[in-house]
Design a protein around this ligand. Structure first.
Ligand code: X90
Length: 276
């Protein structure tokens, strides 16, 4: 069985080892140019441009055609999308599935609404990869990723919510406090796949404490932890160190955000996906 995993670029993963894998890019659009979230993009230079950008900026999700192209000719496809609560990516992937099945009804295509993004999508993708390597059937993979998803969570700690608020993904009232006097907004991907704020710690130390506390409340007991950061490797490492003090052998990986998450999490932002 030839199985391919496809995700939109909000997963921050441009490749996955030991898997047939493709990403479908989201785009960041400014008045001056368009940034396509793929391997050819220099994310650091986009982040620099965004510091001084003038005028309105926005993002756009992949369309059904782009999803279908990424499915390629794989017999079985798992498409993992950013939450349908904040983006049209999931709807586009579902349309791509319909079109692909209309052309080839024997194919098997499963679209997974992550109800989350970034490092929680990474966990789902790694879970699918491990299942494929273990030789599971399409039906087994589908059931097992849905079950696994009930035990994974996403937390975030952001220094600014400006781009989220300007693009209508969070209320301006919530966004206003972030960035003031070193205040961060710590929040969680809700069960409905929307952004829910939990607390507003001041300073990095309090932010790391809050993240750790919320992770334990989410049921973390030393399982997999994936940390994505926007130009903030120091805080990501500090958080990993905090977790290792308690769980010495935890499976932890740190990756930089690519364009979409860099744009919305903004500089300094951390995103944490974990098993609860
Ligand atoms: O244009 C589009 O369709 C993309 C819209 C994406 C909107 C949100 C991206 C959030 C990325 C911010 C922190 C995590 C929030 C998670 C809530 C589910 C990163």
């Amino acid at each position: 069985m030839n199985v391919r995993i496809v995700s939109d670029s909000s997963s921050n993963l441009l490749s996955v080892s030991d898997a047939s894998y493709a990403t479908v890019p989201l785009k960041i659009i400014t008045q001056a140019r368009e940034y396509v979230d793929n391997a050819a993009l220099d994310v650091a230079s986009m982040i620099r441009d965004l510091r001084t950008v003038k005028g309105r900026t926005q993002t756009s999700c992949p369309n059904a055609f782009e999803w279908q192209e990424a499915f390629g000719d794989a017999e079985c496809v798992f498409a993992v999308t950013i939450t349908s609560g904040l983006s049209g990516s999931y709807d586009a992937a579902c349309k791509a599935r319909e079109d692909a099945l209309a052309a080839a009804p024997a194919r098997r295509i499963c679209v997974v609404d992550s109800l989350s993004t970034g490092p929680e999508m990474q966990l789902l993708i790694e879970h699918l990869r491990d299942g494929i390597l273990a030789g599971r059937s399409f039906e087994e993979l589908e059931a097992s990723v849905k079950e696994y998803q009930r035990h994974t969570h996403l937390l975030f700690a952001l220094e600014s919510l400006t781009n989220l608020a300007r693009n209508g993904r969070v209320s301006p009232v919530v966004a206003r406090v972030a960035g003031l006097l070193g205040i961060r907004v710590v929040g969680v991907a809700s069960e409905q796949g929307t952004l829910q704020t939990l607390c507003k710690p001041r300073g990095e130390h309090k932010m790391l404490e809050a993240l750790y506390r919320e992770m334990e409340r989410g049921g973390y007991l030393g399982g997999k932890l994936r940390i994505a950061h926007c130009n903030n490797p120091t805080a990501a490492q500090a958080f990993a160190d905090t977790v290792r003090e308690r769980y010495a052998s935890a499976d932890i990986a740190i990756i930089p955000t690519t364009a979409l998450c860099s744009y919305y999490a903004e500089e300094g932002g951390l995103m944490v996906g974990f098993e609860g």
